[in-house]
Design a protein around this ligand. Structure first.
Ligand SMILES: [Zn+2]
Length: 175
């Protein structure tokens, strides 16, 4: 808008939106129709892994895992995105309190995997080959189990995404 278009005159009284008295207001009327939303929390952790299947021969491991079969493993800067889905609560305007998911991820995931060697230090990866695919599936089970104990009515785990690098990530939806 150029300065010349700015009106110096106060707007007409009828043109200004005015709330009704609180008792007469209907808040979040837009949510009277159920609206399904997807809410995501993103967290970051660093961890090492060795991609190695102990039931394969050394040659098979080299063929399948290539550089990921370095004897002592190697590290990644992982990102994890966890998405919950459900109908927005009409009164609060929330799907759920994101602080709950933040705490759950800190306690159930980050405290156990951050700066750890997934093959040796982390019980949830015991007897697995911790590829991004397996990490996504293991995390799903841990998060889903914990969520169910919280009884967040109408809220379900929708998706887990594990980024092993900026360009490579795995999506798991519990199927
Ligand atoms: Zn790797």
């Amino acid at each position: 808008m150029s300065l010349s278009e700015v009106s110096a005159v106060a707007p007409d009284d009828d043109a200004v939106w005015k709330p009704l008295p609180n008792a007469a207001r209907r808040i979040n009327q837009i949510l009277e129709k159920p609206r399904k939303v997807y809410v995501t929390r993103k967290v970051h952790f660093n961890a090492a892994h060795r991609l190695f299947n102990p039931t394969f021969t050394d040659e098979q491991n080299c063929d399948v895992y290539d550089i990921c079969n370095n004897f002592y493993g190697h590290g990644h800067n992982y990102d994890l995105e966890v998405t919950l889905a459900g109908i927005v609560n009409k009164d609060t305007g929330y799907l759920f309190d994101l602080k709950i998911l933040k705490k759950l991820l800190e306690e159930e995931i980050l405290s156990k995997v951050d700066h750890k060697h997934l093959n040796f230090d982390v019980e949830m990866f015991k007897d697995t080959v911790p590829t991004a695919e397996v990490i996504a599936v293991v995390f799903w089970d841990v998060i889903d189990r914990k969520l169910k104990t919280l009884n967040l009515e109408g809220v379900e785990l929708y998706e887990v995404r594990v980024f092993e690098s900026e360009r490579n990530f795995v999506v798991y939806r519990g199927e």
